[in-house]
Design a protein around this ligand. Sequence first.
Ligand SMILES: C[S@@+](CC[C@H](N)C(=O)[O-])C[C@H]1O[C@@H](n2cnc3c(N)ncnc32)[C@H](O)[C@@H]1O
Length: 255
Amino acid sequence: MWNPEIYLRFADERGRPFHDLVGRVKAETPRVVEDLGCGPGNLTETLAVRWPDAQIRGVDSSPEMIAAAQTPSALATYAVGDVRAHVPGAEVDVIVTNAMLQWVEGADEILASWVKPGRWIAAQMPANHDAPAHVLLRELCGTAKWSAKLGFMADKRSVGDAVHYARLLRTAGCDHVDTWETLYVHQLPVTGAHHPVLTWLSGTALRPVRAALSDDDFLAYCAELQPRLAEAYPAHDGVVDFPFLRVFAVGYRSS
Ligand SMILES: C[S@@+](CC[C@H](N)C(=O)[O-])C[C@H]1O[C@@H](n2cnc3c(N)ncnc32)[C@H](O)[C@@H]1O
């Protein structure tokens, strides 16, 4: 289950890549813009400001996220839906997907299937698989104490690099392709008892761990993970520098 409140604790840090991504989409007057895996809608709403004449639609598989997005003043329409079953209609001129495809099996095939003449595709995925935070999280899952319940978290790489996505979009027929990687250094303030990287992870990468454990086991797991994270990401003057690599892919097929 996704928790919009926990996820939005780092709204600014999580939002910046979305704006960097959408800034490279050159569509001027799209009819329909879809944000797939739209989460709580705070970023989807900005698409209505960028393209005021377009119909903006957000789709997400989490009912909790869609409930958070459906505010009375929403500028977009929102629906619960799984991207694996979602087929964007011919009227969709822009597809944006931010920090979602890394959760989905067969993401490459899905991304390629969205390419159509006259349509822009813009995707961003975290590429932090080899960063200490994610390595430590997986290593702990694989220890004798936790592997029976958390062995499924073993090494699984679902995201490619920028060259991978350039080739994928060209092969799918895009004649404009723009892919890149950015390393953001998030400066996370130390507040409260939890290490801020643990708090960050609890909104995303730790969700499958949380779902697999009882309340007590999850507390015990976090108690073991926290000192490892604190060693890997020490605080300086009350701030933890948290490098985070992301990969971006923008494509357009003209005909
Ligand atoms: C890290 S959040 C990103 C939310 C938003 N795009 C943003 O940038 O803030 C990932 C979102 O993808 C959604 N998601 C994961 N798998 C999905 C799927 N198969 N179909 C649709 N949405 C999915 C989750 O429910 C979650 O809201």
